[in-house]
Design a protein around this ligand. Sequence first.
Ligand code: SF4
Length: 690
Amino acid sequence: MSDGKSSKMRYVQTTCPYCGVGCTLNLVVNDGKLVGVEPYRRSPINEGKLCPKGMTCHEFVHSPDRLTKPLIKKDGEFVEASWDEALDLVAKKLRETSDKYGPKSLGFQVSCRTPNEECYIMQKIARVGFLTNNVDNCARICHGPSVAGLSLSFGSGAATNPFEDVLNSNLLLVWGSNAVEAHPLVGRRIAQAKLKGIPIIVIDPRYSPTARLADDWVRFNPSTHIALANSMMYWIIKEGKHDKEFIEKRTKGFDDLKKMVEKYADVENITGVPTEKVREIALKYAEAKNAVIIYCLGITELTTGTDNVRSMGNLAMLTGNIGRPGVGVNPLRGQNNVQGACDMGAYPNVYSGYQKCEDPAARKKMETAWGLKEGSLPDWYGSTLTEQINECGDPIKAMYIFALNPVVSYPDSNHVKRSLEKLDFLVVQDIFWTETCEYADVVLPGASFAEKDGTFTSGERRINRVRKAVDPPGDAKEDWEIFVLLAQKLGLKGFDFKSPQEIWDDMRKVTPSMAGCSYARLEKPESLHWPCPTEEHPGTPILHVDKFSAPDGLGTFFGLEYRPPAEVADAEYPFTLMTGRLIFHYHTRTQTDRARILHYEVPENYVQINTEDAKRLNIVRGEKVKVRSRRGESIAVARVTDEVGPGVLFMAMHFPEGANALTNTALDPLSKMPELKHCAVTVEKIKEGN
Ligand code: SF4
């Protein structure tokens, strides 16, 4: 970097492109190139701090590997094409498919790493252009159960309180979250709470870096959350520590819950946690003046995901820990715009702001706003992300994948590859060549976060500005612009946008909960939390203050029965595989592996195995082992450790031919979340010559 006085050097304030914390940072630009990152010190989110990913987020932008030209597959080979040729082909194929086979023959898959404006315009193309609800985003495979579960419990599927609010709490219950690695600046808040003397309970089968911050670390058998939560609630009620006034005035369904948890006094045989320990942590949580629940994918990525989330809601309502500072239920969103992609209606049953497609009034409103004939928008629940993969070939014939890499990030990679091969036509729009591009007919080069304007919405419902610092490389285009050009090729009306701001304003016009969030108001460092219905409204950092968001204003308890995972360890596959994220990588590493420091920290796939298991199998630290499931196999470096218990393995989700070569496609019936966190595997030494 130069001395900082160069007239060509400038700072561009923007939002980190990685996790859902949404840290503010400055991109340092010199001569039209990114040369560094500086934290933005006035941000209330990260207060001038960044994690290793944030500090290096500029490094991939000018990579020589970037896609710079549209590509069309001809005779099995990809050849460069003009934008006109590529978009003509995309428009023609999508239109032909829709005309021939109907609206359910198309699948639109939207990324959670792209700005809100691009999520909104893509779902609008799907709905206006093809009258289909087959549009979904990758929240489906991380926080779909949060959207479903919290909506059922509280009437809104979003986090209840801001991140910094943990410092107003008297107890942190961190469940199924390794925030220190997966959401490092929330991890910092947890560390600050520790320094302040706020007690921390971490419930996790693994002794993660976050568990090391805990006053009480509770190791439980993987995927037994509902049994454990029910037992905690049994003891809270038995000891009379529930908040009777809150339950009476603000909730319904308590009797169902009470009846259900009576069966769960002792769950040691299910969870592995001694009854006295369950009672102890339950009473600590209930007796704290203000207690907050923080959870993540350890709760959601299971076939019981929605019920697990509702169990968190049950616990919070039972103890009256809702609707004021220092309390609440807060899912930590994985990717930078997981919250926003859902908010924008890139979802198969809702428009922006969670207006339901099944509601005739909502459909009529959208038809009027979007210039469609009355009665034309579909009322049916579209296919979800992973259902679309299952439906490749029949009924889905053509698919549009925007900034996603399903071959690596969806469960059972072999199944995904076989499915994509069945499509008549596949478009992939991305910034790098990914494993999924191999299956495409057209590849369109898009722009990175640093090359476009827009907004990301963080896990605390805060809408943060994304600002363009440099131009995309070669012929690559800003993604919103690609969608505008495609809409023109399709002859669609209502897409003549000249900027992301115009798309945002189009969204605001039809979305009451974000109508007051103008770009001008988002300029402030603290930005705005939705709901924010008018230009005068201050935004809503804390939800459910006087009443819940449900139409009757009440929160709902659910009596939930424990169900085991879809696939449990047995004699043939005797280990339970858990998966998760690392601090040094993001998603399928297309961006982070191009930052030198991040690459060298974790250059290859590894698996954690318990010391006793490793000894029994004669596996030593650093040797390569083969992990197999009923669906595939993966080679990984063994890390021998007591962080995982006997019979349990842990593997990160970031590597090709890694965890998702093994994982199970079984779905949570309510949210359609696949069981990414739990499957049965075997581990073995690699014999010489293999
Ligand atoms: Fe980026 Fe998340 Fe790290 Fe903040 S905590 S710098 S948002 S990856």
